[in-house]
Design a protein around this ligand. Structure first.
Ligand code: GDP
Ligand code: MN
Length: 380
């Protein structure tokens, strides 16, 4: 889950990282009022969950409240990389001497968090990695030790930060690590961290990614979720506790267990098919979850066939069958459906579906082949 800039910076601020004074606005009039309160020059910043807002014209410096209102009007009517701008952050404008990049992310290969820093801040770090890889300093973090002064000094020296800023840089780096750790983040990034003309460091931009699997520990963060950039079917699936990812193929998949779901997709591909989604209904799903899942799959107009692959362990095949029947009565699907039920109460489940005009299959390979043929409109 991504947090907006203003949300990330609020969290940073609570941990003692200096940020510009400012507030978020949903209308141009509000933006003007905030500009009046702040006095002086302000930056109007689109709050959308994509990078490169500056380049896209989504960030503008206004000299007075009237200009702030005009820019806010303009930015609030923009779409950036397909996302509508619904809010702008109005921040006190900063006088910048230098822009630095500072971020902490997960390094999966090393199984450790890693600090990344660069004197070439302001531009996206992927860009720096391409054009100027030597300008990026990396250091892995041992989570049991955290960040000590000597780590911070090494990084500061590595990016040629003038010595007068080392102390404040160290405080900010330690705070960023706390932010990262406390929120189960997979990214906490300040880009740019600026050295101001006033010789002070400040986080001008903020970005955080939170591990979705840890969100149950952070209800206050779940509430901040902006679903604007998620597929509507994914938003709906989340409500029912389904793990669903929309894909571009034409065979809808309903499977229990993430591993089995992946295997089902692989086998569809092997036989020349193309899955329309990843869906794990989870262990022990009842009829309500199954019918919700089916509605979600069928809401995708690309879907030409559905493959049900249920291995009943904790999940009972008769419950799944019941869910399928409920959903069929509701949505009256017109696409062919291939079902493979094995395991707990499979016999009962199959009996319930006997009159449902479904294509039955015994093995996964058999089921996948039948689904691929069905999606092509071939009888099998
Ligand atoms: P991003 O383009 O989405 O990463 O948005 P940022 O918040 O990082 O802003 C992009 C760039 O705009 C920064 O790197 C700065 O160069 C510039 N910028 C942002 N805020 C200010 C400000 O208060 N004063 C000045 N002079 N420049 C700013
Ligand atoms: Mn930025």
């Amino acid at each position: 889950m991504k947090l907006h800039e203003y949300q990330s910076k609020q969290i940073f601020s609570r941990y003692g990282i200096p940020i510009p004074k400012g507030r978020v606005a949903s209308t141009a009039v509000e933006a003007r009022q905030i500009a009046e309160e702040l006095g002086g020059r302000v930056v109007i910043k689109s709050q959308v969950l994509v990078g490169g807002r500056g380049k896209a014209g989504g960030i503008k410096v206004a000299n007075d409240p009237a200009e702030a209102e005009a820019f806010a009007t303009q930015i609030l009517s923009m779409e950036i990389k397909g996302l509508p701008v619904r809010k702008v952050l109005v921040d006190e404008a900063a006088a910048i001497e230098q822009e630095i990049y500072l971020g902490i992310t997960n390094d999966r290969a090393f199984k450790k968090p890693v600090i990344m820093a660069s004197s070439a801040g302001g531009v996206e770090i992927e860009e720096v990695a391409k054009t100027d890889p030597d300008k990026i300093v990396k250091m892995h973090i041992n989570p049991l030790i955290g960040i000590k002064d000597y780590h911070a000094r090494d990084i500061a020296a590595g990016i040629d930060l003038p010595r007068e800023h080392w102390k404040q840089f160290g405080e900010i780096l330690k705070a960023l690590w706390q932010v990262y750790n406390d929120h189960d983040a997979t990214l906490a990034e300040i880009n740019p961290l600026i050295i101001g003309k006033d010789k002070k460091l400040k986080a001008l931009d903020g970005k955080m990614l939170i591990d979705d699997n840890a969100l149950f520990r952070h209800p206050e963060l779940s509430e901040m979720r902006d679903t604007d950039e998620d597929a509507p079917s994914e938003v709906e699936a989340r409500k029912y506790g389904l793990t669903f990812i929309k894909l571009d193929g034409n065979i809808g998949c309903m499977v229990n267990g993430a591993g089995l779901a992946m295997a089902s997709m692989d086998i569809l591909k092997l036989f020349g098919g193309d899955p329309a989604n990843f869906l794990d209904i989870g262990g022990g799903a009842g009829a309500d979850k199954v019918s919700a899942a089916m509605r979600i799959i069928l809401s995708d107009p690309n879907v030409k066939a559905i493959l049900f692959n249920i291995f009943g362990g904790i999940t009972r095949c008769d419950e799944v069958a019941k869910g399928i029947l409920i959903a069929m009565a509701e949505v009256k699907p017109k696409v062919p459906m291939v079902v493979r039920l094995v395991g707990t109460n499979a016999k009962e489940g199959r009996a319930m579906l006997a009159d449902a005009n479904m294509i039955t299959a015994e093995t996964l390979a058999d089921a996948a082949q039948k689904a691929v043929n069905a999606a092509k409109g071939v009888q099998s």
